[in-house]
Design a protein around this ligand. Structure first.
Ligand SMILES: [Zn+2]
Length: 393
């Protein structure tokens, strides 16, 4: 009789242990399934993949509805000032906004593709959060690793991600085939899910277009702007004129009057003038559109190229913000957190904070009233133009 309670007690303990084991197993399975469906592991940058951009320290009073980021390949700042001196209307108009002719490329490289990656991602090539994109040739296929994410080892968000996730229309119109890198990186299968507001999808660039010459690029850019305006949509476009670079490689970056390079600069000036006239002629664009113009590199070191990264001829570039209201200003004076380099000072990544072409993306987003690119490092505080305010229209 004495053993009966002990047997019952033993059975009860066994049942409790069995139920506990089943419960623990079920909880473990549920937890595993949840985290498999909701991956949120830290990226190599040390930040969560869901970390949002640092919040803007100040917002623009009246955001623009359209921003065009214009890169003129191999455009030297002394060629811009030369054109303005000769009365060329396009660059003269651009310099009626905040600008500097003393901006900098990536501190470590002065060739096309790595610097354009910097412009659209707000990162330098090297460093802990560097984009790591070194090749300047046609990228490999996606399957072979020809995306920015494969090169970096984690998803690299772009200015198109931020704009598209906020519902804007986006475009890339370029004149070198290797820019397919951006389509590779931000098409449906590669783009990151939209975690902001309504789901605008994983394809971050609505329109990807190519044209061999600047004239074709400008035509497509104007059609895109008209289309966005006609649909009542806001937009961010990135457009690229390659002509000055091609001429520089064939005929050198020759600054003597009447040279082929300067004649090409004049052609680019006419395209800029045409773009501005087009914007001003469309009531849905006029007063609502800004242009951020910069270059991937200068040129002339060596004479027919721009590969010497420590040559001022190559690392000195223009950076101009056309706002349509004629409020010209020195971009360094208007951006007090930036250090103005001496004329021939390269400014390495550890040597102060100049204005770089890699500022273009976050500057464009700020002009649109949008936050900066998540995990970006150049202009992530959107401090460019901190001393500037938009005139009431
Ligand atoms: Zn080149």
């Amino acid at each position: 009789m004495q053993s009966q309670p002990q047997r019952v007690s033993g059975r009860a303990v066994g049942a409790v242990m069995f139920i506990a084991a089943v419960t623990i197993t079920l909880v473990w399975i549920v937890v595993r399934v949840f985290f498999t469906l909701h991956p949120d592991e830290p990226t190599p940058d040390g930040s969560s993949s869901r970390t949002s951009a640092p919040s803007s320290q100040r917002t623009i009073g009246t955001p623009f509805d359209h921003v065009v980021v214009l890169s003129i390949d191999g455009l030297r700042p002394d060629a811009v000032s030369d054109a303005v001196r000769r009365g060329c209307p396009g660059f003269s108009a651009l310099l009626k906004g905040p600008n500097t002719l003393n901006a900098r490329t990536d501190p470590d490289i002065t060739v096309t593709l790595p610097n354009h990656v910097g412009m659209v991602t707000g990162r330098l090539m090297k460093g802990p959060q560097g984009h790591n994109w070194l090749p300047n040739a046609m990228p490999e296929t996606i399957a072979e690793g020809g995306t920015l994410h494969a090169a970096h080892g984690a998803y690299v968000p772009s200015m198109w991600d931020v704009a598209h996730d906020h519902g804007l229309m986006t475009a890339l119109i370029a004149s070198k085939g290797k820019f397919i890198l951006f389509d590779n990186s931000y098409r449906e299968e590669q783009g990151r899910p939209d975690a902001t507001g309504a789901d605008d999808g994983t394809r971050k660039i609505d329109l990807v277009g190519f044209a061999l010459r600047g004239e074709g690029v400008a035509r497509k850019a104007m059609a895109f702007l008209d289309d966005a305006a006609a649909q009542g949509r806001r937009s961010l476009s990135f457009i690229h004129f390659t002509d000055t670079d091609v001429t520089g490689h064939v005929r050198t970056w020759d600054m003597t009057p009447g040279s082929s390079y300067l004649a090409c600069v004049d052609r680019m000036d006419a395209l800029v003038d045409g773009l501005i006239r087009h914007i001003d002629a469309n009531p849905a664009l006029r007063g609502r559109t800004a242009i951020v113009m910069t270059a991937d590199h200068g040129g002339g070191a060596p004479a027919g190229s721009h590969t010497v990264a420590d040559s001022p001829l190559n690392f000195t570039i223009p950076f101009a913000v056309w706002t349509g209201d004629g409020a010209a200003g020195d971009l360094y004076a208007l951006s007090p957190m930036r250090a103005r380099p001496a004329a021939h000072e390269r400014m390495t990544a550890t040597g102060g904070l100049p204005i770089r072409n890699a500022d273009a993306g976050n500057c464009a987003l700020w002009l649109l009233g949008l936050p900066s690119i998540p995990t970006s490092t150049v202009g992530a505080e959107q401090d460019l133009l901190a001393g500037w305010s938009r005139r009431a229209s």
